[in-house]
Design a protein around this ligand. Sequence first.
Ligand SMILES: NC(=O)c1ccc[n+]([C@@H]2O[C@H](COP(=O)([O-])OP(=O)(O)OC[C@H]3O[C@@H](n4cnc5c(N)ncnc54)[C@H](OP(=O)(O)O)[C@@H]3O)[C@@H](O)[C@H]2O)c1
Length: 275
Amino acid sequence: MTIVVTGATGPFGRHAVESLLARGVPADQIVATGRQIDKIKDLGVRTERADYEDPAALRAVFDGAEKVLFVSSSEPGKRVPQHRNVVEAATAAGVSLLAYTSIAHADTSDLILAGEHQATEQMIRESGLPHVLLRNSWYYENYDFAGVVENGLFGASGDGRISAAARGDLAEAAAAALIKGEPRVYELGGPGFTLADLAAQVSEVAGRPVTYTDLSPEKYAEFLVGVGLPEEAAAVISDADRGAAKGALETGPADLEELLGRPATPVSDAIRAAL
Ligand SMILES: NC(=O)c1ccc[n+]([C@@H]2O[C@H](COP(=O)([O-])OP(=O)(O)OC[C@H]3O[C@@H](n4cnc5c(N)ncnc54)[C@H](OP(=O)(O)O)[C@@H]3O)[C@@H](O)[C@H]2O)c1
């Protein structure tokens, strides 16, 4: 049995490889891929360079693989053609399971970020391959907790609950789903918080008052540009908060905790680690 992990040069994929090893998959049955593979020589598994823009390289690394953990590309706007190359290569190899890192509620989500995930899920369904959809909510790591202590928390998600989780938990869950091998859709996140709850938790850990300021999505996008984000990124982030206000990032912890076999890491741990 060979498991290929794409995007293994990023923190999510690296943690997924480490979790496969920790859960007993022999190192010689794991192939870790990405572009900057010098970064993962220390993992102790076979590494192969495979760019999502290089169909021949993808086909070569998937050849003979039983399962693939397909970590979504980090290049929004380019993902649909890149992801098509990955799905076509997995189809050519006839893998027995393709697991893809998607977004919460991809089938119904109206977030800007969801569009490329919806297109990818569609390609995967049309491939006919047995598949797992790992619909991840937000990472705790998306928040700059040290900055929040200094400047307060700003957002536009109102009373919407965001089922954020530790990126490491989501990656460990991906490894567990791959080992389990059951084709399924998972909605993955933690117990969740409103941004006002999050500010209160940061305040408690930091031992100083931290306020949450709820803005309209338009004002929040302006705020993000004001603190240095490019306009396009600001629009995507404020749009995510707009959707989160209506539950777009709320999954609850059931699927994540089922895969982990333990409670999700609490956000206070992530805040403490960051501070
Ligand atoms: N749910 C969330 O809150 C959230 C937040 C951020 C990101 N994400 C998604 O989750 C994914 C994994 O997260 P992460 O934190 O590990 O992200 P990351 O640090 O940005 O890592 C992205 C990974 O994708 C690989 N990649 C990007 N373009 C590629 C290409 N053209 N060909 C081959 N590999 C390519 C990178 O490889 P190289 O570095 O070797 O080029 C890297 O291994 C991201 O790519 C993104 O789709 C989700």
